[in-house]
Design a protein around this ligand. Structure first.
Ligand code: ATP
Ligand code: LTN
Length: 335
């Protein structure tokens, strides 16, 4: 019989250390990272180069980087199974990003909704890095010849532009980059703010009640869910115009695996108070082991350093091959 040795697919994703990791980041992205590492060759990064597109305070930024690294390990990223590195430690990202900048049009970057949202939010600092953020993200992904990119729904447009850039470059120079697919979860792809369920839950929201972080205490989590904005109908059902309840149902379903029909049945005849308490408790239980593991990792800086140093080296070596190939195609004389 013919022996087939199938090559494992490559998965790449990243997250910015722009604040404490949220329930949205976890359900939309990191939870899938942990599942995918069992089946694929997974490469994950802490996208700290992207973070300075918004002004950071140096001491806080430094702390956020290690905190985010420890939190992601605590979510279940296994340093033996996945390569989890720090973007700024690997020189190829900024290098390929420059190249890709020259194959990306001003017009297409102008259409990015994240750029429009963030420029409105930080009107005093609409810097060039914020504008070219997607080319650095494309470089992250394309350097590793990734097949799949697990992200939340808000990153879909950035994945589209990455594919366009890759296809354009390949169209000129031949097969240099793998054209990647976004991998977006069915549930939890867009966790909304608990205070304004028409807006996505975001690390950088000023309203602390809007966002549940992985480091919130059980009391804080319960308080935030009890204060969550809902509607006046008092029936737990998924429907247009019930964004608050839809969001709570989405969170509950993502955490427990229960279907919407099952949730509606279980809460038939019960009020929002009961439902909010149940959702809060489910989230507390889901996050409890993560918080406990985080405490262990963050107290062991030597272990963290050992993990990222090893991963940085693998990432540098792997990505250098793609960078060299791309530069050679463009016409550069390699050293
Ligand atoms: P910031 O507030 O600094 O923009 P963020 O919370 O949006 O940060 P990112 O680091 O930009 O987080 O995103 C990391 C990953 O988490 C991405 O895959 C993104 O799609 C996902 N993600 C972010 N917010 C949500 C959300 N509310 N629901 C689901 N997924 C999300
Ligand atoms: N822009 C992403 C973070 C990010 C990313 C990436 C995600 C940077 N580089 C590469 C996937 C692949 C965000 O979530 N805001």
């Amino acid at each position: 019989m013919e022996q087939q040795t199938e090559k494992k697919k490559i998965v790449f994703s990243a997250i910015q250390p722009s604040g404490t990791i949220t329930l949205g980041n976890y359900l939309g992205a990191i939870k899938n990272w942990t599942v995918m590492q069992e089946e694929y060759n997974c490469i994950y990064a802490l996208a700290d180069l992207h973070t300075i597109t918004v002004r950071q305070t140096p001491a806080t930024f430094r702390k956020n980087i290690l905190d985010a690294y420890a939190s992601i390990l605590a979510c279940g990223i296994d340093a033996e199974k996945s390569v989890f590195f720090i973007q700024s430690h690997v020189t190829t990202h900024a290098q390929l990003a420059w190249l890709l900048n020259c194959y990306t049009q001003f017009g297409e970057l102008s259409r990015m909704t994240q750029f429009k949202d963030k420029s409105a939010k930080h009107a005093d600092n609409v810097n060039a890095g914020l504008f070219t953020y997607p080319t650095l993200m494309a470089a992250d992904i394309l350097l590793y010849q990734a097949d799949m990119v697990p992200v939340g729904a808000d990153q879909k447009q950035h994945l589209e532009i990455t594919r366009n850039i890759a296809e354009r470059f390949n169209g000129i120079y031949g097969n240099v980059f793998k054209v990647p697919e976004a991998y977006i979860p069915k549930n939890g792809a867009r966790v909304m703010s608990l205070q304004d369920p028409t807006k996505k839950m975001s690390k950088s929201d000023e309203n602390v009640n809007a966002c549940v972080t992985l480091m919130d205490s059980p009391e804080t989590i319960m308080k935030k869910f009890k204060r969550a904005v809902t509607d006046s109908e008092a029936i737990v059902r998924y429907a247009d115009g019930k964004e608050g309840i839809n969001n709570l149902m989405g969170i509950y379903s993502a955490v427990t695996g229960l279907s919407f029909e099952q949730i509606e049945k279980d809460f038939d005849g019960k009020g929002y108070g009961d439902f909010k308490t149940t959702v809060g408790e489910a989230v507390v239980e889901a996050l409890r082991p993560i918080r406990e593991r985080y405490e262990k990792y963050i107290a062991d800086k030597a272990y963290l350093q050992e993990c990222y140093t090893k991963a940085d080296e693998i990432a540098q070596k792997f990505s250098q091959r793609t960078l060299d190939k791309a530069m050679k195609k463009v016409g550069y004389v390699l050293k």
